[in-house]
Design a protein around this ligand. Sequence first.
Ligand SMILES: [Fe+2]
Length: 191
Amino acid sequence: MEPFMDKVTLGWARRIAEAELGESLPRRLVHSQGVAARAEELGRLLGTDANLLNAAAILHDVGYAPRLAITGFHPLDGARFLRDEHGADERLARLVANHSFALLEAEERGLREALATEFPLLDDPLLVDALVYCDMTTTPDGGRTTAQDRVAEIVGRYGADSVVGRFIRRAAPEIFSSVERVEAALAAQPR
Ligand SMILES: [Fe+2]
């Protein structure tokens, strides 16, 4: 298989994230950079998809940018933006669209059909798990955390009965399983 993304493309991804989030949502950008730093640590595990994971990590929350918030559901807004404005690789757009169990939040918002039709979940469980791991072990300020603390922080920030709060409580068992699978894969890696 051809390596999907080279270093140049990674620079492209970083520049898009900075351009869209840098001024309007600097904290989201710092979080995204932290998620990308986690992705870097998984490089050996992902092999030829390491840079794809890295690009998805830096761009996963780009849909929060005010000018891109069309539906208000950031995974879908971000993926459509990458596809339509940048002609992004399909796998990159599908990773962003589905990051961290977005399908469950799409259900809460009546957008499941749109998401699943336009951006089917990648048939690559390790890559999908890896992006969950990177996002869910990174604080809003880009620091390192546990998935348990991260979920608790999100519930506290949005409120347990908000759309996001309901979604994250439903997704929590899946999130923890994804993180455990990645940790197991890391532990099994030859040193
Ligand atoms: Fe997100």
